[in-house]
Design a protein around this ligand. Structure first.
Ligand code: GAP
Length: 439
């Protein structure tokens, strides 16, 4: 993990937030490559969950909502972790993460830990010029509630009838007691949530199973190692009382299994709760059957920072290779990203940076390919150029040499096999498209 965090910083994937001031717990910044990586992860989710479906609509709700939202959802009353303080070293812990309450795990003192007490994870802010209880608002701890309170607006404006889904990606905030494991547990993070509403016609569990299968397929399509991924079915005592079924999608991180996503059958709990407190009708009236009902909800809620971290860890390989020229063994770090996830898809270099004719041709080829792929022009020592692109996970690199000038051919080097092929320049777009644009 330390190696990956160091690589993430060195290559501009992830930085500690406000690092020059000593950082701030549980917040991270995405650097030039990380910003593209995370955007690609979100786009991969959006593509499959919204764009390629005709039964899911897009949505984007505000982070600040009327605080009553969080009373209805149950977050005010119950979105708690149990907090324990050490009276000696003043460190704080989550009670469920402590082996025992007898001894402080940090300072080792016995009898210094307080009794566990409820700690609400919602972050507060105030709205408007007066800071009083009337101006208090929460930063949303999940994006889903924005969807529930808008159910009627969306149904009517998009002319949708269950079964159909509403999807959004956005920031959420939780005042985690113990943020950590790099970007795994943060205080500010992004969620991608799909809320799928179904009629109460006996097919709700089948729909739930279809979503579990669709999410399995998503992870497979983007190449997440199936041996490090599991779909953990929650037992009755591990689910909220209203949930009929639930699965945690987990990845085997360097510190153990960690949750990437939760998929749940939430019954009518959320819409019922908002109807009760707001007094507004969020049920659906079916014009054909003349039946009015509260739709059942199937939810898929995935963390985009955790998925991005998973892509980074899963892609990371350090391998021993034999140098072509010297035949010496050397180590190579390579990120084997799926081509759609890779921040840069194609590196383009001249064979020598002090040959203006090669530089000009390489730059021209890069500009031609830029509208088609995520490209990067670079120049320098050829071995180092390849090594740098391997480390940021670029699937292919094009080398422009004297044969390019004489015969209009280029070599394309494959990141994974390190093999090179020579092809005509005008075949390059199709050749690359075939290998970079699936699925
Ligand atoms: N609406 C349902 C919901 O929010 P959740 O299991 O609490 O469910 C869903 O959160 C996902 O959000 C998690 O599986 C995880 O990927 C992500 N997530 C939750 N807390 C997080 C945190 N502190 N840091 C990063 N990601 C987090």
């Amino acid at each position: 993990m330390e190696e990956i965090a160091a690589l993430a910083k060195r290559r501009g994937f992830i930085f500690q937030s406000s690092e020059i001031y000593g950082g701030i717990g549980g917040c991270f910044d995405y650097g030039p490559l990380g910003a593209i990586l995370k955007r690609n992860v979100k786009q991969a989710w959006w593509r499959q969950m919204v764009e390629l479906r005709d039964d899911v609509v897009a949505f984007d709700s505000s982070i600040l909502m009327n605080p009553q939202t969080w009373v209805a959802s149950g977050h005010v009353a119950a979105f708690h972790d149990k907090l324990v303080d050490c009276r000696n070293c003043k460190h704080r812990f989550r009670a469920d993460q402590l082996a025992s309450l007898e001894k402080c795990p940090d300072c080792g003192q016995r009898g210094t830990l307080t009794e566990p007490r409820d700690f609400n994870l919602m972050m507060k802010t105030s709205i408007g010029p007066m800071e009083d209880s009337a101006s208090m608002a929460y930063l949303r701890p999940e994006t889903a509630q924005g969807i529930f309170v808008n159910f009627k607006n969306i149904c009517q404006s998009a002319r949708r009838k269950p079964p159909f889904g509403i999807a959004q990606i956005g920031k959420s905030f939780r005042n985690e007691i113990t943020p950590g494991n790099f970007t795994f547990r943060q205080r500010e993070f992004e969620q991608a949530e799909l809320e799928y509403f179904v009629p109460d016609d006996g097919r709700d569990m089948a729909t739930y199973e279809q979503w579990v299968a669709a999410r399995k397929q998503w992870y497979a399509d983007y190449g997440v190692n199936p041996g490090r991924l599991r779909f953990y079915e929650l037992k009755d005592n591990e689910r909220p009382h209203y949930a009929k079924a639930g699965i945690d999608v987990e990845y085997l991180f360097p510190w153990g299994w960690g949750e990437l996503e939760s998929i749940a059958h939430r019954g009518t709990y959320d819409l019922d709760a908002h109807m009760r407190l707001s007094g507004k009708d969020l049920s659906y009236f079916d014009e054909v059957s003349k039946v009015k009902y509260t739709p059942i909800l199937i939810e898929s809620s995935a963390g985009m920072d955790r998925t991005t971290l998973t892509m980074l860890i899963d892609a990371h390989n350090v391998e021993t290779i034999v140098e072509d020229e010297s035949k010496n063994e050397t180590k190579r770090t390579v990120l084997r990203f799926h081509p759609q996830i890779a921040p840069i898809q194609l590196g383009v270099f001249p064979l020598a940076r002090n040959k203006p004719e090669l530089v000009a041709r390489a730059q021209q080829i890069e500009r031609t390919l830029r509208p088609l792929f995520r490209t990067q022009y670079d120049e320098g020592n050829v071995g180092q150029l390849y090594r740098r692109q391997d480390e940021i996970g670029t699937p292919f690199c094009i080398m422009v040499d004297y044969e390019t000038l004489a015969e209009s051919t280029i070599t394309i080097r494959d990141r994974d096999s390190m093999k090179q092929v020579r092809i005509a320049i005008d075949q390059a777009p199709d050749w690359l498209h075939e290998r970079l644009q699936s699925p």
